[in-house]
Design a binder for this molecule. Sequence first.
Ligand code: PLP
Ligand code: COI
Length: 360
Amino acid sequence: MKITLNPHAVPTAEREEKVANCGFGKYYTDHMVVCEWTEAGGWEEPELKPYGPITLDPATAVFHYGQEIFEGMKAYRQPDGGIALFRPEANARRFARSAQRLALPEMPEELFLETVHALVKQDAGWTPGKVGEALYIRPFMIATEVGLGVRPTNKATYLLIATPAGAYFDPSKAVSVWISTEYVRAAQGGTGEAKCGGNYAASLVAQKAAAKEGCDQVVWIDAKERKWIEEMGGMNLYFVKGKGADATVITPKLTGTLLPGITRDSILSVAKDLGYKTEEVMLSIDDWREGVTSGDISEIFACGTAAVVSPVGQAKSAMGTWVTGDGQPGPITMQIRNHLLAIQHGTTEDKHGWVQKVAL
Ligand code: PLP
Ligand code: COI
């Protein structure tokens, strides 16, 4: 890897001040990684260089046809002051699958991981330390062939940036959701399983509709039958049936239209480790309404890298409004959240081998 250090890196005191008040995606670290690909020559050597603007021809493919993919992952402070990545090879694999769907080049897993380790090592000082805080890492790839013809690109640029990240949502407050029967996120054969920018562009109008209904987030249902629960905004969903040690922790099945979340996958294991039964099922809007009305569904939460675990309270839809439990974050939700965060921060045993230390 070529390394060009930033001669204008943010001074330590200013960086510490920014890290202490980081929000989400407000500040970016001193460096980024860039790696170019061409059809003729494959992947070039990546370069770690000062963070800064990139210049592109206005006719560059990505601006017109949206050929773009991204990932989102985190590096967490450890008790010994070190830093560890959480399941980065799972992000590398998903990035390759997204690339395939968007007709972009697959980046070898080792190359992806090399760039992530290099940037985290270089900009380690930007990693906040409190539980629930982390360095959020954003790898992405854009089609850089110049020309307006609609065709798979013969040139691509991979970039990697990082931002210190605090809580994405306040975990002590349940989010309210609008179940959208007007817009759909993904259909069979579409791009729902891929992490591509276009999915998010298409989601914003529904997010606006949710806000108009006074809700924090949108819940997506399936495109065909318009009744099966899929995801919430940019997060997967979980439903807790029953209470206490007999509870079953349920998540919508991956049908080909949901984004296979790494947090979702991790929680299937964590919930089992904590003694709960787990199920991946098809769950309808009626199941949701009837379940919370009868009390059979005692808790609902959403999960994703950015927010980790976020309790879901009120649900509103064209069919009415209903509330889970007392509308407050539930005990199993918070137990799973705290356990996952403890694994990520290295304060409990990592029995699945998910945590990968960064050599500083
Ligand atoms: N679903 C969507 C649509 C997402 O954008 C994300 C975020 O990355 C997730 C689910 C959660 O995935 P992960 O847990 O891998 O962050
Ligand atoms: C997530 O990590 O849950 C996300 O959806 C990331 C978001 C900022 C795109």
